[in-house]
Design a protein around this ligand. Structure first.
Ligand code: C2E
Ligand code: MG
Ligand code: MG
Ligand code: MG
Length: 286
């Protein structure tokens, strides 16, 4: 389309820019209604214990089922959501839907401690309305709060420290725990590990991918695990894509693994079929 509009290289460049700007505005407009229209939904990716390969729980990852563009990944719209202030609403929508389904699965015999991990943007943590919303969601779904982890990144702690601290303290009082996402890629001090109710570190997949090949990645993974053990934190390896990475993380003493090797993020319905249904049918006494 830009090519058809443009005459010569210069104007093609400008019409492409205009087209991109228009697309961005229309995406942002559409995003404003996406939550109300039920187009925002969580996909679920399983997390497994590395020692006995049992299912621990799921991370909720947002997807936008766009009426014209199809299924959109977070990379296609999260930045716009942050910039336009819609991210809080999206975070709460994902959290509410995921809480409802995990709470229902917790009713199944043996799954009472099934975990949910949900992502919160720094903007959500800085918004005083979010803690109120989370409290309401916990109450209405009756999920076990001790099995709920909110994933935040290290950079969250340098953003609007006062309101962020207020939210985090309120979440702790509700019995929730924090997981530090993409651990090792941020740039803030480690002081937050002491100050806040962090229960889990998630080793970023950039360190997991080089295991067994790249000595630096081995050192970084080992160091994160040593730190976590000393602080009595659990560790999840992110982006585990093959058996070698899984085995190496297990050898190093990592507690949990998540990644394509265990399962891709899929719909709630597909998750029920693939992971929950077999557990429903399992004999009560093995
Ligand atoms: P994240 O929280 O670190 O989530 C892990 C990302 O890695 C997901 O990408 C997941 O699909 C992908 N992944 C999982 N296993 C593998 C693997 O084995 N190999 C590779 N290469 N990738 C793997 P996704 O779903 O595109 O999400 C990207 C990011 O968007 C997330 O990174 C998170 O930062 C953000 N995000 C997702 N959902 C939400 C949400 O509801 N709220 C907010 N604020 N952010 C979200
Ligand atoms: Mg995450
Ligand atoms: Mg991550
Ligand atoms: Mg990430």
């Amino acid at each position: 389309q830009a090519k058809a509009l443009g005459r010569g290289r210069h104007s093609t460049f400008h019409s492409t820019m205009r087209l991109q700007a228009q697309q961005r505005i229309s995406l942002e407009e559409a995003l404003g209604n996406a939550v109300q229209n039920g187009e925002i939904k969580p996909f679920l990716q399983p997390i497994f214990r590395l020692d006995d390969k049992t299912l621990t729980g799921f991370e909720a990852l947002v997807r936008w089922q766009h009426p014209q563009l199809g299924l959109l990944m977070p990379a296609a719209f999260l930045e716009q959501a942050e910039d336009s202030g819609l991210i809080q609403e999206i975070d709460m929508c994902v959290f509410a839907s995921a809480c409802a389904v995990i709470a229902s699965w917790q009713q199944i015999h043996g799954l009472g401690n099934l975990r949910l991990s949900s992502n919160l943007s720094a903007r959500s943590l800085a918004d005083p309305r979010v803690k109120v919303h989370i409290k309401e969601i916990l109450e209405s779904t009756a999920i076990n709060p001790a099995s709920v982890y909110l994933e935040i990144t290290e950079t969250t702690f340098v953003d609007d420290i006062e309101s962020t601290t207020a939210t985090i303290n309120a979440l702790r009082d509700l019995g929730l725990r924090l997981a530090i996402d993409d651990f090792g890629t941020g740039y803030s001090s480690l002081l937050y590990l002491k100050r806040f109710p962090v229960g889990v570190l998630k080793i970023d997949r950039s360190f997991v991918s080089g295991l067994g090949k790249n000595p630096e990645d081995e050192v970084i993974a080992t160091t994160i695990l040593t730190l976590a053990k000393a602080l009595e934190l659990e560790v999840v390896a992110e982006g585990v894509e093959n058996e070698a990475q899984m085995k190496r993380m297990r050898e190093l003493g990592c507690d949990y693994g998540q990644g394509y090797w265990f399962g891709h993020p899929i719909t709630i319905e597909a998750t029920d079929v693939a992971f929950i249904e077999p557990l429903r049918q399992a004999p009560l006494i093995p």
